[in-house]
Design a protein around this ligand. Structure first.
Ligand code: CA
Length: 449
């Protein structure tokens, strides 16, 4: 039996986003210690993007780019937002259209699960940004063990990172979660897919794993008892929990016979934090860096029956392409000009050229930027001499090239792109203390959610 989504020829969209998972922290990028048999299934069923990037090397801005399909610098979301539930300026600007809002125009039912991090003020929350359902938390991270979720709501939060201790939100209601958080998110994802199978749906499954705090239950830890390094043992266990969840979700798509009508993307929001158990393969740097370890992430996609399986795609692509691909398949016109490209023609052999002329990164507060054009990458960190690399010959960015003409050209290209960008529109994590001093009632009298 064909579902309504199939009849309408609008595929379901699932984005599985992990948090701070390193480039080398998946089997499909060669890891033999950390087992990800289910995440690998996505790659086997479709494509591994060997050079898949995100738009920033920390959580918030990367998510803002992903969910809007636009470089977040254009709308000033170039910092990790503060958790400020009463502030109607700290979040994804309402002028921006989320992928959920765009797909809604094509009749999709949308759910966000897990970490939000795009604003805690009521106006920024998932249910006001195109999602029909939400199960998760609003801040930039969270504890995982249910017995540690002790704060009843935001009115009990006293400081930025207390938000990690709040009870989980189901839409606008705080609930008593009984499971390990990653398992809870997987459970809700399967539930949503089950009830949405006969209509086009969009599932944004944003696991906070394996972001700190490193916490995993025995069930997953026992798979890595042989690993001596404690943080790596827990980290692997956390990824294993995600992997089990991905397996359940993929099984459910098959069981419901909607796997061929569902596009599944898997990626991490930024590179791994090397101080917290991550592994970025042989890439240089990690989270918060503009070297490859910060911005190149594990990235795979499946659309069985449409995209040929077992592909390894070498051209550079970026998380912005998810929005562009999704709206192209759903046949909706985005409200704003988007920066990504529809990947499908490139993956079915219709287009042979590179999807992007060039890709850009800017870290406003660090006065740093990077640009990739073809095989060349320019990394400029503060006032130091910009570094030029040929990623094809030297993907580890250890040896820079001395070529002032090429450096100049790339810098000019970056400046041209940068000319239309905005300054940050809100305070970031670095302003936490100052913000609290200026707003002593930061968490007080927040409506109960
Ligand atoms: Ca992250």
């Amino acid at each position: 039996m064909k579902s309504i989504a199939q009849e309408n020829n609008k595929p379901n969209i699932i984005i599985i986003l992990t948090d701070d998972q390193g480039y080398g922290d998946v089997g499909f990028n060669g890891n033999k210690q950390l087992l990800t048999p289910n995440i690998n299934r996505i790659a086997n069923n479709g494509v591994v993007f060997k050079n898949g990037y995100v738009t920033y090397s920390v959580c918030g801005p990367s998510r803002a780019g992903l969910i809007t399909g636009r470089y977040q610098d254009q709308f000033g979301f170039n910092r990790n937002p503060l958790f400020a539930p009463k502030d109607a300026n700290i979040g994804l600007p309402l002028s921006e259209e989320t992928l959920a809002e765009a797909l809604k125009k094509a009749g999709y039912t949308n759910m966000a699960i897990g970490k939000w991090h795009l604003g805690a003020h009521e106006s920024f929350r998932p249910l006001n940004r195109g999602f029909d359902e939400f199960f998760g938390f609003l801040s930039g991270g969270h504890k995982y063990f249910p017995e540690q979720l002790v704060l009843n709501d935001i009115s009990e939060v006293k400081a930025q990172f207390d938000a990690y201790d709040t009870k989980i939100l189901q839409n606008n209601t705080r609930i008593e979660e009984k499971e390990y958080l990653t398992d809870a998110f997987s459970r809700e994802a399967v539930k949503f897919v089950e009830k949405s199978a006969n209509k086009p749906f969009f599932l944004y499954l944003a696991y906070n794993a394996p972001h700190a705090p490193l916490q995993a239950p025995e069930k997953y830890l026992q798979r890595y008892k042989h690993i001596q390094k404690k943080d790596r043992q827990i980290y692997n266990a956390m990824v294993s929990a995600v992997d089990d969840g991905v397996g359940k979700l993929l099984d459910k798509l098959k069981e419901l016979n909607i796997d061929k009508n569902t596009i599944v993307f898997f990626l991490s929001d930024n590179g791994g934090d090397l101080s917290k158990g991550s592994y970025n393969g042989n890439l240089r740097g990690g989270k918060s860096s503009l070297f490859e370890g910060g911005i190149r992430v594990p990235f795979a996609m499946q659309w069985p029956g449409t995209i040929p399986p077992k592909q390894v795609y070498e051209n550079s692509i970026i998380s912005l392409d998810i929005f562009a691909t999704a709206v192209a398949q759903a046949k909706v016109i985005p409200k704003n000009k988007i920066d990504g490209v529809n990947l499908v023609p490139f993956l079915i052999g219709k287009k042979k050229d590179a999807p992007h002329e060039s890709l850009y990164w800017k870290m406003f507060d660090k006065e740093s930027f990077a640009i990739i054009k073809g095989d060349l990458k320019l990394v400029s960190i503060k006032k130091s001499t910009p570094l030029l690399f040929n990623l094809k010959k030297n993907s580890t960015e250890r040896k820079s090239i001395n070529d002032s003409i090429k450096v100049k050209k790339l810098k000019k290209l970056f400046d041209f792109w940068d000319a239309k960008n905005s300054k940050p529109i809100f305070d970031g994590l670095a302003e936490d203390k100052i913000y609290s001093e200026k707003h002593p009632d930061r968490y007080q009298n927040v409506e109960k959610y």
